[in-house]
Design a protein around this ligand. Sequence first.
Ligand SMILES: Nc1ncnc2c1ncn2[C@@H]1O[C@H](COP(=O)(O)OP(=O)(O)OP(=O)(O)O)[C@@H](O)[C@H]1O
Length: 843
Amino acid sequence: MESDSGIKIPSRLPLLLSHVGVLLPGSTIRFSVDSSRNMHLVHQRLLKGTSLKSTIIGVIPNTKDPEQYTDDIPTLHSIGTAGIAVQVVGSNWPKPHYTLLITGLCRFRVSSLLQERPFVLAEVEQLDKLDQYTTLATEGITVEDGQLGELSKKFYQAAVQLLGMLDMSVPVVAKFRRLLDSLPRETLPDIVASMIRISNKEKLQVLDAVSLEERFKAALLLLTRQIEGLKLLQKTRKFRPDNAKRVRDFCGKFPGQQFSLDGDDEDEDGDDTTILERKMYGANMPEAALRVCLKELKRLKKMPQSMPEYALTRNYLDLMVELPWNKGTKDCLDIRAARALLDNDHYAMDKLKRRVLEYLAVRQLKTSLKGPILCFVGPPGVGKTSVGRSIARTLGREFHRIALGGICDQSDIRGHRRTYVGSMPGRIINGLKTVGVNNPVFLLDEVDKLGKSLQGDPAAALLEVLDPEQNHSFTDHYLNVAFDLSQVLFIATANTTATIPPALLDRMEVLQVPGYTQEERVEIAHLHLIPNQLEQHGLTPQQLHIPLDTTRHIISRYTREAGVRSLERKIGAICRAVAVKVAEGHKVTKTKTEALSPKCPTQQGDMAAPPEMPIVIDYMGLKDILGPPLFDIEVSERLTLPGVALGLAWTPLGGEIMFVEASRMEGDGQLTLTGQLGDIMKESAHLAISWLRTNAKLYQLTNMVGAPDPLEGTDIHLHFPAGAVTKDGPSAGVTIVTCLASLFSGRLVRSDVAMTGEITLRGLVLPVGGIKDKVLAAHRAGVKCVILPKRNEKDLEELPTSICTDLNFVTAENLNEVLNTAFDGGFPGTASSHKFMQLTSKL
Ligand SMILES: Nc1ncnc2c1ncn2[C@@H]1O[C@H](COP(=O)(O)OP(=O)(O)OP(=O)(O)O)[C@@H](O)[C@H]1O
């Protein structure tokens, strides 16, 4: 049925390739857009166009699922329906997705394809008249039209009969009757076919019936079958009026089961919600949660899909059914195996491993343990995270790491309320969804780096999570129902306890993980890091050999850290360099075999010999790969002038050595302090000066002009190098005194001595923290003797034996003892009768 006059659709139409419904003229269908071609059509045509013409598109039915092909365009159905996009709804989150509401206008035939990408554009030929909608029902087909007239009359009568059989109120039936009467007869087959429940294949038959007569015939057949089906249904109902479910099941077997003029169709979506409901019952969730889910599902069923809230509710329900409410792994704990595994994975860390094993042993004896939450505190790269992973492995549990560094919004922990656009559950619930069990090991990494902002305090939200008494009913704002976290094993890691809020710290058992000694690092490198790196770079020990001496050299000259991360990176760099050599070697050997063939004997001499395996890395090789050494053993060089002393400092990154320098010049007794010092450190400097002035006579300290007060006519400048780093704390007190004593006496401080300790005005030395890390730093720097406060003697017990044998420890109660040790041959004025204790080893 060609149209040569009247309203015309554009002759070039962009085509929407539909793989679900069939759009018939006169009806409206919702299409979900997710394939890339259709997505481009929406973006470039529907969302950009401003004219009415740009909203007219062609819908080609029954195209293969566009997701299944990439570039090839499938064979298109030749007949489609031109339609007008009356609504475009969508969002870009969580992934781009649009829903189009399209009203069918008329049929068209695809004449030729003009473009396939980014969306399909075709030259089309219009098949139906569009003006039929503007004609009155009475002006259309009449009985005088012969067979067509007869057919249309029959069709109309059948439609009226079906309307009478529907289970609807009288006014609704009357309304539909009026609608039926007002529609032009030629539009009836399409409209009725789109309303009765028939399969897509049958709809396609109606669409393909281009001639009106054929269309009436095809649609009449379907309509009659529908009427027969309803008749049978009514009969069945009479027999078993009480068994509505069975009737429903029975009529479900009819091809054209229900008549749904009221538009309340429950096609695929209906099945979808049934599946969701089934999943809810199967998710084993607590009753309260199930009640909430069922309520939401009821709301969801009533919502049109195009409503933004539909997606929100749907996502919520999907999460609820996916959460492991009652699903867990079975612990397979064998303490002996756990010990072997921990020893295998990690070298040293004895204290930590012992505590972890105790913890696991208690769990084995009492499974319902509401145990403490372990918090590993130590410098970066000492294996805190990797011990957490090993614990999960020993227990046979799932492992999930939650990085808390920089989080400053409490909804990151507890989720957003669902009223917000883009709301999401918090990291705890998300983690549970990811691992799919309710008893994983959660590693809360970097708890000390939680922030605070206007959006609340995430540390406060963590309080509930980490409290064994409360976390069995943890309520995420997004879920809005309680989730039992009591089975989850939480382990936290931090670099320092100083920035962990006290309430949070109180809920955790802190286990210090100190830095490693040089020898421990060498062992870790050879037992773990080198084999790991070789494997990661596809090398074997037969190809690369790093001798012990080289490892020591890397540790002392190329790294300065408490952990082993930088060492691991350096070994990685060596592996990369060797991988190039090995790969080149392969190539050379291969080419050489080819070159040796009689065809080209002359090339033989040009080939470099493949490297000899294994490639052994010596100092020279190291310099080639890693460049010149980054760190010097500088202590002795820097202590060559009076007025310099070596202190020990503690930072969250481990212990460090710290030089204190002093100089004096003519002036009026001013003290200048530089090197970004905090208030406490400045006070220490003032204390030190006061003590020295008081005791100047005793120690024979003079200023430049020989006056008894060292500050008379003299300005003093104290500097703490590495000026970019802020320094604070009282532990530099003894170092400042020693440095000033050296300046005023003109004597050199011993170059192999480092010290730490707080001072008082009366010259006492008070204890300080971080002894282990400080001593390790001193050992790293090649110091031979460490001066510590007497009351820190107990901390020496924690030091490894190797360190104790390498270093001399002098514990001092007062500054006399400090000065006596710091200068060769003691310090004048400090009664050599003052005894100080010299420890070689405490263990
Ligand atoms: N004692 C050890 N034995 C074997 N390997 C170790 C040991 N200590 C650290 N490592 C290795 O060092 C690397 C860094 O460790 P990890 O990431 O666990 O450090 P971390 O202490 O958690 O650091 P951060 O505080 O920066 O998170 C890992 O590859 C780990 O396997």
